[in-house]
Design a protein around this ligand. Structure first.
Ligand code: URP
Ligand code: ZN
Ligand code: ZN
Length: 473
């Protein structure tokens, strides 16, 4: 049935809350209002429930080759996990591991298009800068790719020099594109990693010690200074330190179009987790820091200093020698055990795409740190605006895609790997008590998650061609 009414729910938007009905016509939201009366319509009762726009996760890495393996969620399994957690749009990074950008983009479409189960877009990693790449960047706009990620770390692999980053920012700004920055100091990391390993320190905690907090702090400021000189807007990805957030505050206080994203892992976990026998589960770059950093980042979400909560979902198995069952098949993918004798060989990255909304709801809204409207802003509306998808995504407005989550705010759940749907063998939030969880999830009007039931399909997700010129918020 093409017409559906979600009846008597409480609609939560970034800007306000209203008890109302919501009419879906095909793939779009047609209207919201009180006691909508439409003939031949399917009624979905949402009384006592919240109705929110589907989550927009601006930061994922599906099917990403790393070291001698690949991230364990692909563009189907990751999308499915996202959907169960209330996210209906993801933006994934295209690695420039190919002779041309054309080949890189084609390769990522070949991985994603037939597998996608929710809507998706691409960011382009700019990890080398010769004349060819400089000439290819403006053409990305025709591909619907309007965002560029540059790296100050991962020497000899992904990192650009500061002058090159300045050039990328300039070209991007000229064409209405947004530069995203991985802010850590690659040179210092290279020295500390070599020294640490030479001294025989191999455990996961040394991953964090070789990537110092001050390296991230000065890199954030350096990135902001470069963006100012390039007249570019800037989005700092995965902010992990209080000091990094201070630098964003500094830039924004001076009117610069600088924005920041943090991720759930930086709100809850610290270096102490890396000291555990299973510490490799928490190895990501930049690393987890201290409880003071957790607190400061929460404050950033609360007071608007940070504009978005992404996940940086880049899942690996903890023990990739042991198969898990996924959709009736047994699968094992080499993972964190690759670094059992050397922290620098642990594939870096964490699962999280399905956890983001439920965890932020219970520990953000549930604990009174943010309002339901801030929840929607941080996880959906703001990322949609920053990345040129609003109001098609991130809104419950007439004309928006009918990407909708009916949220049960009272559902208690002991969370963990059994609920998360990620294709990996662990979950960071194992055993955490949640209150509030998605009940039904719609992608462009199609019901894709109904409680525990998966109704979505491989290939139903659409590539989102984005337009340049999105305003910084
Ligand atoms: O450890 C992480 N974050 N892996 C993904 C790559 C990146 O730098 O975002
Ligand atoms: Zn990064
Ligand atoms: Zn990332």
């Amino acid at each position: 049935m093409a017409l559906k009414i979600i009846r008597s729910g409480t609609l939560i938007g970034a800007g306000g809350t209203v008890k109302a009905d919501l009419l879906i016509d095909g793939e779009k939201i047609a209207a919201t209002g009180h006691a909508l009366d439409v003939p031949d319509v399917e009624i979905i009762d949402a009384s006592g429930k919240l109705v929110m726009p589907g989550g927009v996760d601006p930061h994922t890495h599906f099917d990403l080759p790393m070291f001698d393996t690949v991230s364990s969620d692909d563009h189907y399994t990751g999308h499915k996990a996202a959907a169960f957690g209330g996210t209906t749009t993801v933006l994934d990074f295209v690695p420039l591991d190919y002779p041309s950008m054309r080949e890189a983009i084609d390769a990522w479409h070949a991985k994603a298009d037939l597998n996608a189960a929710i809507d998706f877009g691409f960011h382009m990693n700019i990890t080398r800068l010769d004349d060819q790449v400089q000439s290819e960047i403006p053409r990305l706009v025709d591909e619907g790719i309007t965002t560029l990620k540059v790296f100050m770390a991962y020497n000899n692999r992904l990192r650009l020099q500061d002058g090159e980053i300045l050039k990328v920012m300039r070209i991007g700004a000229e064409h209405g594109m947004l530069t995203m920055l991985h802010a850590e100091n690659g040179d210092v990391i290279e020295v500390l990693t070599a020294e640490t390993l030479a001294a025989g320190y191999t455990e996961p905690i040394w991953h964090a010690y070789s990537r110092q907090a001050w390296g991230a702090v000065e890199s954030v400021l350096r990135g902001i200074a470069l963006a100012e000189q390039a007249t570019s807007s800037l989005y700092i990805v995965h902010v992990n330190t209080a000091g990094g957030l201070d630098q964003i505050d500094y830039g924004r206080a001076r009117g610069l179009p600088v924005m920041g994203e943090t991720c759930p892992q930086y709100l809850f976990f610290t270096e102490e987790h890396l000291r555990r026998p299973d510490g490799a589960k928490w190895v990501c770059s930049p690393p987890l820091r201290t409880a003071d950093d957790n607190d400061a980042l929460w404050l950033g979400l609360e007071n608007g200093g940070l504009q978005a909560l992404g996940t940086d979902h880049c899942a690996f198995f903890f023990d990739g020698t042991r198969a898990i069952e996924y959709e009736g098949e047994w699968i094992a993918i080499p993972g964190k055990e690759l670094g059992v004798d050397d922290f620098s060989k642990i594939p870096n990255g964490l699962p999280g795409v399905g956890d983001r909304l439920p965890i932020l709801w219970s520990y953000g809204v549930g604990e009174g740190r943010i309002t339901p409207n801030q929840f929607v802003a941080l996880t959906s509306t703001n990322p949609a605006k920053i990345f040129g998808l609003y109001p098609r995504k991130g809104a419950l407005l007439p004309g928006s895609d009918a990407d909708i989550v009916i949220w049960d705010p009272d559902r208690p759940l002991k969370y963990g790997v059994a609920h998360a749907h990620h294709r990996t063998d662990y979950n960071l939030y194992e055993g955490w008590e949640l209150v509030g969880f998605p009940e039904k999830v719609f992608l462009r009007g199609h019901l894709i998650v109904d409680g525990e039931e998966w109704l979505g399909q491989r290939g139903m997700g659409r590539f989102l061609k984005r337009k340049p010129g999105a305003e910084a918020i």
